[in-house]
Write a protein that binds this ligand. Structure first.
Ligand SMILES: Nc1ncnc2c1ncn2[C@@H]1O[C@H](COP(=O)(O)OP(=O)(O)O)[C@@H](O)[C@H]1O
Ligand SMILES: [Mg+2]
Length: 292
């Protein structure tokens, strides 16, 4: 079981409040050659997320963060354990769940506006209403001057903002985000984070955010989960007792620095392990190549 610094892995929230739960989740990818055992990406993950909660997950690169998001979003099946949304076991994509993936995922054949309108169109919303909502969301992410552009004319960061707008405009009750601000510069990342928090509060959304940015995780979350080096296990859950109404001015406070220190002390240890794992793997690959 995970060592927790602050809180039990699954917050004790009563039935109705538990919007989604992850119970003893383990994921092993099959090996490609059939001979070896495959890669265990996650092991014994247990997490309850209450309605309106904002939970972030940090962990060393390759520890299974994206795998966690894929399973919760219903895109990856064939895992051990159980994931439920409002008590229903997840067996595929869920209509109330919005996902922003790590790799940008825009429709290249649609312009920016039409990318953001897509889901609303599918939902059968009238042209004027969906245009208005899409334009509002695009101005929120700072793309109002690019609504007629096609994704291939945009930078990686801008495409990522289109993907964020396309998901947020649907106002999903559960939002799953895999390093959504990864390709953005620091200022934009912070401003968009604040905006995300404002929307999340207004819509009482439940959010699971994967990020490699400790500051971002702390600034936005009620709890931060730290995963171990691969296979990803729950290493710590840090409660973020900052005021509910917050903005990036908190970054400069002592309180904030203490939280960064708490998360980093666990993450540092795991990152060093992941680094050693990687070096060992490189060496094995090198030896195998030399013997081939
Ligand atoms: N489709 C896949 N098939 C086989 N192995 C995979 C696949 N996707 C990810 N992995 C492996 O699982 C581990 C966790 O990957 P991932 O969830 O992407 O980590 P993270 O997002 O934390 O960097 C890595 O070792 C990765 O190489
Ligand atoms: Mg990832």
């Amino acid at each position: 079981m995970a060592t927790t610094t602050d809180a039990p892995a699954g917050r004790a929230v009563s039935g109705e409040d538990n919007l989604f739960t992850i119970e003893d989740l383990s994921v092993t990818y099959p090996s490609t050659d059939g001979a070896s055992r495959g890669v265990t990406a996650l092991e014994h993950i247990n997490l309850n997320v209450g309605k309106g909660e904002f939970v972030s997950v940090v962990g060393p690169s390759g520890c299974g963060k994206s795998t966690l998001l894929s399973t919760v979003s219903g895109l990856l099946t064939g895992f051990d354990g159980r994931i439920t949304v409002r008590g229903d076991t997840i067996t595929g994509p869920h209509p109330n769940v919005g996902v922003v993936f790590q790799e940008e995922s825009t429709f290249p054949w649609r312009n920016v506006l039409k990318n953001v309108e897509f889901g609303l169109e599918m939902r059968g919303l009238g042209k004027e209403e969906r245009r208005k909502r899409a334009l509002d969301m695009l101005s929120l992410v700072g793309l109002e001057d690019f609504v007629r552009s096609y994704p291939h004319h945009l930078s990686g960061g801008m495409k990522q903002r289109v993907a964020i707008a396309r998901t947020l405009v649907m106002e999903p009750s559960i939002l799953l985000l895999d390093e959504p601000f990864g390709a953005l510069d620091e200022q934009t990342r912070i401003i968009l984070g604040e905006e995300l928090l404002r929307i999340q509060r207004a819509l009482d959304q439940t959010v699971l955010l994967i990020t490699h940015n400790i500051q971002e995780a702390i600034l936005l979350s009620n709890r931060v989960v730290v995963l171990s080096a691969r296979p990803g296990r729950m290493k710590a859950v840090v409660n973020i007792d900052l005021p509910a109404e917050r903005d990036s001015t908190l970054l400069a406070t002592d309180e904030f620095a203490v939280l960064v220190g708490k998360v980093w002390s666990v993450l540092r240890e795991e990152s060093l392990k992941a680094f050693a794992q990687e070096q060992k793997q490189d060496q094995t690959n090198h030896e195998e190549t030399a013997h081939a």
